[in-house]
Design a protein around this ligand. Structure first.
Ligand SMILES: O=c1ccn([C@@H]2O[C@H](COP(=O)(O)O)[C@@H](O)[C@H]2O)c(=O)[nH]1
Length: 224
């Protein structure tokens, strides 16, 4: 069975990205490429990474008016990513139009509350709910919009799965027990997130910043 780990390759340097991907390819299930990589390398960069042979998670977190997001998703169609993200805060119509524009095999998932935010950050942007309640609210909305699942932290994934038993749950903000959280505020170990119901585990710096990325990926895999 393939690994649930998608390694987050966050670099603008395509040669470094390819090196990292090749180093860890036997101990991860896919490659997650986000804004940093895409802004520097565009669609051609994604195609080159796909040649490595692992599924591609295109984490662009699209968030705009429905027409603009739908047109952006159409422009991404030739890449045929395994997973594509939009922000649930863009609203139901935006999510519906994103899903309608995506290739049939692409899982379109909605970011609920970024794992770098805590309750005080939500208050600061005018959201009165705790992260847990906000994740529940946006999970229900993403389900109504016909998406495939959501992105949330390991703290909320069991609640999201209870609301959406056949949903697809992407969990970032993961740290092995001894690792630095950095800018992440809602963190959990990969094993605990899997136990709570995660479908996919997104892990970046604990692997990519390690002296031995393949060893780090292997060690995390051994805990799952
Ligand atoms: O809520 C979210 C949504 C996406 N991410 C992305 O996941 C990785 C995490 O990287 P680490 O180095 O393991 O912290 C990164 O690419 C984020 O853009 C997230 O962290 N939280």
């Amino acid at each position: 069975m393939s690994s649930p780990v998608y390694v987050a390759i966050d670099t603008p340097d395509i040669e470094r990205a390819k090196l990292l991907a090749r180093q860890v390819r036997n101990h991860v299930g896919g490659l997650k490429l986000g804004l940093e990589f895409f802004s520097a390398n565009g669609r051609q960069g994604i195609r080159e990474m796909a040649e490595i042979g692992l599924p591609i998670f295109l984490d662009l977190k699209l968030h705009d008016i429905p027409n603009t997001v739908a047109k952006a998703v159409q422009a991404l169609r030739p890449l045929d990513p395994a997973i594509l993200t939009v922000h649930a805060a863009g609203g139901r119509a935006m999510m519906e139009d994103a899903k309608a524009a995506a290739p049939e095999g692409t899982k379109v998932v909605a970011v609920t509350v970024l794992t770098s935010l805590d309750a005080s950050d939500l208050t600061a942007i005018g959201v009165a709910s705790e992260p847990y309640a906000q994740v529940e609210r946006l999970t229900a909305l993403a389900r109504e919009a016909g998406l495939d699942g959501v992105v949330c932290s390991g703290n909320e994934v069991a609640a999201a799965k209870a609301l959406w038993p056949d949903g697809f749950f992407v969990v970032p903000g993961l740290r092995p027990a001894d690792a630095q959280a950095g800018d992440q505020k809602r963190v959990m170990t990969p094993r605990a997130a899997l136990d709570n119901g995660a479908s996919v585990l997104v892990i970046g710096r604990p692997i990519t910043q390690a002296d031995d990325p393949d060893g780090a990926a292997r060690a995390i895999g051994a805990t799952l």
